[in-house]
Write a protein that binds this ligand. Structure first.
Ligand code: DGT
Ligand code: CA
Ligand code: CA
Length: 396
């Protein structure tokens, strides 16, 4: 980022001779000439879509997923809504009461509480597919990821479009999940591109198209520009990204501070050198299932728990990690959670030890288990990599 900033300061000053080899690559161009191929993928109306996946009858109805506060009644906010509900003006963050008013005449509309465990399960399944389509996979959140696909597409945007379509199809056929992908040569433009056409979108912006793509978009489209920044710029009669080009970096630094000012300056030109950096989701190292029937029978639960351990172990082997902590989780019949975990004496990658510890935790938990268990989970944590240490904060 600093190099780009310097390059443009130099550009502004017309002191090209000062520019080192590092920055010439971009200083000769007004727009980014990055030759990577980067995807940003975002799942459509995610929580509401998850609800549709398990109840396909909801697809033809407005669906609103709500975070109810503990004050009871309809107090709380809308987490998200399907596109049918959005047509009536329902939006994320809106009080539930407002959403109910908007849908007051639509008797088939459905209001549901969030079920994060289940959304995580859908997310994990989807991320497992996505990861297999990337050279470098960066987890952003439950419904979002960046993929660097430069090598596997041979830097070619036609190949990239094909790969993205394959990925979308694969998510749809295996998980019934619809998603939107933005493709460009960097994370910033790909993120903007994925927000451009939704749901079920695929927007490809080749490097030479970045200027014409970004130009007419409202300044607010730049990630990180919120209401306040937008207002400041609007007072200067700046509404679109192309209008923002008339403002020099010094003015932007003065308005927003140096860090944000130069970020905005570069972002308006579609410049972002940040690499897609491998980051895995914390849920990657856990498995959870909904049991065929609620139970607190040790034998019944142990059978499922062993299967979960076998499945989780595949990820442990694939990622070549050692774990030092094992935990199990019950979602009880009243949907409350119970967890129990144990730290091992030494880091291990042994399936036997994983199973032995998980089963032991199950045995201890079952002794005083009052409610039947509805969902059962296992997870490992406290990681190190087999060759050298890794930063465990990346995981939890
Ligand atoms: P879209 O526009 O098709 O991507 O729709 P969503 O719902 O996937 O929107 P996104 O990607 O901004 O957010 C992903 C999930 O995050 C969404 O399904 C619910 C949750 N979320 C988003 N905004 C809010 C909010 O304001 N409050 C709460 N509680 N949750 C939110
Ligand atoms: Ca989304
Ligand atoms: Ca998102």
């Amino acid at each position: 980022m600093w190099f780009i900033h310097t390059a443009y300061l130099d550009d502004v000053d017309n002191k090209d001779e000062k520019i080192s080899n590092n920055v010439i690559r971009i200083s000769n161009h007004k727009f980014s000439v990055d030759n990577r191929v980067v995807f940003h993928i975002d799942f459509d109306y995610f929580y509401a879509q998850c609800e549709e996946i398990r109840r396909p009858d909801l697809k033809t109805k407005p669906v609103v997923v709500c975070v109810y506060s503990d004050r009871g009644g309809d107090s709380g906010a809308v987490a998200t809504a399907n596109y049918l509900a959005r047509e009536y003006g329902v939006k994320s963050g809106m009080p539930i009461k407002f959403a109910k008013k908007k849908l007051v005449d639509i008797s088939e509309s459905v209001f549901l509480p969030t079920d994060f465990e289940y959304y995580s399960e859908v997310s994990e399944n989807a991320m497992n597919i996505i990861r297999n389509h990337a050279d470098i996979f960066e987890y952003v959140g439950r419904d979002e990821a960046y993929l660097d696909v430069t090598n596997r597409t041979s830097h070619n945007f036609k190949n990239a479009a094909h790969l993205a379509q394959q990925l979308k199809n694969s998510l749809r056929s295996t998980i019934k999940l619809s998603s939107t992908i933005g493709i460009s040569s960097n994370k910033l433009v790909s993120k903007i591109a994925s927000g451009y056409k939704k749901p079920d979108g695929l927007t490809i912006i080749e490097p030479q198209e970045i200027e014409s793509f970004l130009g007419p978009l409202p300044i607010r489209t730049i990630p990180g520009i919120g209401k306040k920044s937008e207002e400041k710029l609007s007072e200067m009669n700046l509404e679109t990204i192309s209008q923002l080009h008339n403002v020099d970096v010094f003015t932007l630094n003065g308005l927003f501070g140096r860090k944000i000012g130069s970020y905005i300056y570069n972002a308006a030109r579609g410049i972002d050198e940040e690499s897609v950096s491998p980051r895995h989701d914390p849920i990657q190292y856990s498995r959870i299932v909904t049991l065929k029937q609620d139970s607190k029978d040790f034998g019944y639960l142990a059978n499922d728990l062993e299967k979960l351990c076998d499945d989780l172990y595949k990820t442990i082997v694939r990622d070549n990690i050692l774990f030092r902590s094992v935990g199990i989780q019950f979602v009880q019949s009243d949907l409350s959670n119970r967890t129990k975990s144990r730290t091992l004496r030494n880091p291990t990658s042994s399936l036997d030890e994983l199973k032995k510890t998980a089963i032991q935790l199950l045995r201890e938990s079952i002794e005083d288990q009052k409610l039947p268990v509805r969902r059962l989970g296992v997870r490992v944590s406290d990681f190190s990599r087999i060759s050298g240490q890794i930063d465990i904060t990346r995981f939890f």
